[in-house]
Design a protein around this ligand. Structure first.
Ligand code: FAD
Length: 369
């Protein structure tokens, strides 16, 4: 079977859904093809659900720009659409004097990114706000928040459908071919394979983005960055959380350090740590617990290890490997790779949830030429 479509978005994660909604609101006919049997089953449901302020990313980078713009759009969208969220705030803590320089750098970088609301806290002020936390200094970020990401994705999907678009599940994009007037995709579903002829493909396949781009015959391999992946584990804290805000240590190589986040029900979780891996495998390794206990006790000395329960894992789709090099988001359109009808999203790790509405607007802008 063969079908002619206008726009296909590959992947129904939070970014794919936001992109599909933006394209549909811009008047395009949009179909999302997703290999799983529902939306948001991969990275979009395996993250910290934090609305990031935009503190950590190099000024001018796509991560910095889309995080800050996305944060404002996301708060406005949540308020307008009644999506559960809270501007709960976070404290980044220095647990030794040697870490204070890192906080100073964070404050300066944040200001350069347009996040000018970070405030210093003394050790006593941290104690007064968060009695369970030990720190020598802190930086409070009032614009950091938390969101119910499932309701957010459901709302994006509702908007897409109201604008005439659709998401089709159990549909795996296997390969494709660049043509004169677009792309022909081969899609495997429950009833066998079909070809889909479309004017525009947005590759928002997350961990699968390189594989999708690499399977498009005629697409230049030089414009597909290497994929590097790093797993992160979360342990939940049973019982009442002893925190009122999110608590972050200073960042580590590849991640933001084993931090505390709270969900909207008030449950605390610790994570994610960072381990570079070769294959996507979400198995939980409980042997990590002693390392978590050690990392957490730097800022939460009263931790009772018996309250730490295995939670879940998530895998970061990175385009820079171990060693601390910064990997930015890639939103590659025809002006970047020379192929009309293809927009590739690579390296959409954190803060992709926060940035999703802003990334979506950028894709719609590229699609509009
Ligand atoms: C541990 C961790 C913590 C994070 N914490 C935060 C946070 O607190 N705040 C924040 O802003 N961001 C956070 N992020 C980042 C955020 O979760 C991601 O940027 C975002 O979820 C990416 O969404 P996506 O739609 O690009 O990818 P995904 O959610 O992975 O969606 C991609 C989809 O494509 C589908 N797919 C793949 N290949 C194919 C194919 N061939 N055919 C059809 N479908 C295909 C997959 O099944 C999947 O559903 C975190 C990420 C990780 C890993």
């Amino acid at each position: 079977m063969s079908e002619r479509l206008d726009c296909v978005v590959v992947g129904a994660g939070v970014v794919g859904l936001a992109v599909a909604r933006a394209l549909a609101l811009a008047g395009r006919e949009v179909t999302v093809l997703e290999r799983a049997d529902s939306f948001g089953t991969e990275t979009s449901s395996r993250n910290s659900e934090v609305i990031h302020a935009g503190i950590y990313y190099p000024p001018g980078s796509l991560k910095a720009r889309h995080c800050v713009a996305g944060k404002h759009k996301l708060y406005a969208y949540c308020e307008e659409r009644g999506i559960p969220h809270r501007r709960i705030g976070k404290i980044i803590v220095a647990t030794s004097d040697g870490q204070i320089a890192r906080l100073e750098a964070d404050k300066e970088r944040a200001a350069a990114n347009g996040v000018g609301d970070l405030e210093w806290l003394s050790a006593d002020e941290v104690k007064a706000m968060e009695p369970a936390v030990r720190a020598v200094r802190g930086l409070v970020s009032p614009s950091t928040g938390i969101i119910d990401s499932h309701t957010y994705m459901l709302t994006l999907l509702g908007d897409l459908e109201n604008a005439g678009g659709q998401a089709v599940y159990r549909s795996t994009v296997e390969n494709g071919r660049i043509t004169e007037d677009g792309v022909v995709l081969r899609v495997a579903g429950d009833d066998g394979a079909m070809t889909v002829d479309c004017a525009l493909v947005v590759n928002s396949a997350g961990l699968g983005a390189q594989a999708v781009a690499g399977a498009l015959e005629g697409f230049p391999a030089a414009h597909i960055p290497a994929r590097h992946i790093a797993i992160g584990h979360y342990f939940t804290l049973s019982g009442k959380a002893p925190f009122n805000r999110l608590i972050y240590p200073v960042p580590e190589d590849g991640g933001l350090g084993v931090h505390v986040t709270l969900d909207l029900a008030g449950q605390a979780k610790f994570g994610p740590d960072v381990t570079w891996i070769d294959e996507v495998d979400y198995s939980f390794d409980e042997r990590r617990k002693p390392r978590f206990v050690e990392a957490i006790r730097h800022y939460y000395p009263g931790l009772d290890p018996d309250r730490l329960q295995p939670g879940y894992t998530g895998i970061r789709p990175k385009i820079a490997g171990p060693g601390g090099a910064f990997g930015d988001f890639r939103i590659d359109g025809p002006a970047d790779h020379g192929v009309p009808g293809v927009i590739n999203l690579f390296g959409i790790e954190s803060p992709g949830l926060t940035a999703s509405l802003s990334i979506a607007d950028r894709v719609a802008e590229i699609a509009a030429g």
